[in-house]
Design a protein around this ligand. Sequence first.
Ligand code: FAD
Length: 415
Amino acid sequence: MNVNEPIDIANYDYVIVGAGFTGSVVARKMAEHNKKCLIIERRHHIAGNMFDEVDENGILVQRYGVHLFHTGSEDVWDVVKDFGDWRVRDNPSRVDFSSDPLTGVSRHNHPFKDSPVEPVAYPFNFSLIDTLWGGGGELKEALLKEFPGRDRVTISELYNSNNKDIIEFASILFELDFRPYTSKQWGIEPGLLDPSVINRVPILLNYGTELVKVKYQRIPKEGFTKVFERMLRHQNIDVMLNVDALLHLKIDFDNNAALWDGKPLPQNATILWTGAIDELAGYKFGKLPYRSLRFDWLTKNVESFQSGLCVAYPIAEGYTRIVEYKKLLSQYAPGVSSIAVEYPMQAEEGMEPYYPILIRDNKALYEKYRLMIDGIPQLVLAGRLADYKYYDMDAAIERALEIARRFYKKGASAV
Ligand SMILES: Cc1cc2nc3c(=O)[nH]c(=O)nc-3n(C[C@H](O)[C@H](O)[C@H](O)COP(=O)(O)OP(=O)(O)OC[C@H]3O[C@@H](n4cnc5c(N)ncnc54)[C@H](O)[C@@H]3O)c2cc1C
């Protein structure tokens, strides 16, 4: 079919734009509720940013960056658990303070050692103190005393301590890792960012390795795309790939209406939009800024390239981290390894928008869009791009469940 040809949506209850978790979970839930759903996705594949495939080296790789599923919610887990063979994550992340493996540069930028140190576990835990402070018994004791009963704290909490050793610890961590990582990742000084962004990363007061402390931390053995395939395999769901919904969907702001192929929507139809809100509104008030990523894919003829699945390199120029995919669920690929190097950059025309830049002006611009679009009958927005929020997968699923519940209850027009 020519993608510019009109698409007849008369037989669908829900037209869902985007086949990521938000769109796919709503489609599945409504399909199980006996509603007909059409998913329209402009990429050549389902699964949104979770898309993975086996590459030319026979290694399962995640094309939009490494994704590890975690949730503490039984409701969220119930949504996905039967669609995959979920395995416990087996390879913690690391930070290598001393080297840039792409240029071979090695130097130390830490105050206590006069030579490079071994990569440490990430999120940071007591092994960092062992490595850099040579044991650091007193510092560990001070931390446990300052934060009794806690197993994790944020860098802001360390800074707010009254203990000067803890404040110094915070400031060393900040200079070693948080500042270089944040400046590269976000392209702005850390102080300008919403503190919640930096505080997302805990510092563990033990030797644990869990970034989040929740019950389910899993990876689907056969990959996320297979999970999506199974989720979308339902008689009430149709999927169209390689179709940009904006060739069909227009907002008539003068009349507060959504139009499909130039006509009012069929009475029973609801559109769920999980793409970018500013794009849907024709960038009427300007572009909402995002950070994007360029992934450089390299094949290395080695058994192992680095110390872990995902290693951050604070001293490296331009890139933040490297993911070595054969270490995801210990894949068998003798003598060869596929790595993806992540270069953060501003999202320009034609690039995937990944991370909303949550600073005051951008949030205000988003609210302006939301005010304009909310209340258009038969049009519902949700998902990380439409809500301009950083959602982890579990949060995207929770948001989808919330939308599905509203759909069950009230019908389209009231949502
Ligand atoms: C590098 C990276 C790593 C991440 N790692 C993790 C992790 O380890 N754990 C975790 O829980 N979360 C992680 N996330 C977050 C995760 O990717 C999101 O939670 C998830 O993608 C949200 O799903 P979504 O459906 O809202 O959005 P998406 O997955 O982005 O889906 C939206 C879909 O809409 C489509 N679309 C947009 N506009 C149109 C249009 N006009 N027409 C048709 N289709 C359109 C897009 O192509 C896209 O496929 C990571 C994100 C990034 C960027």
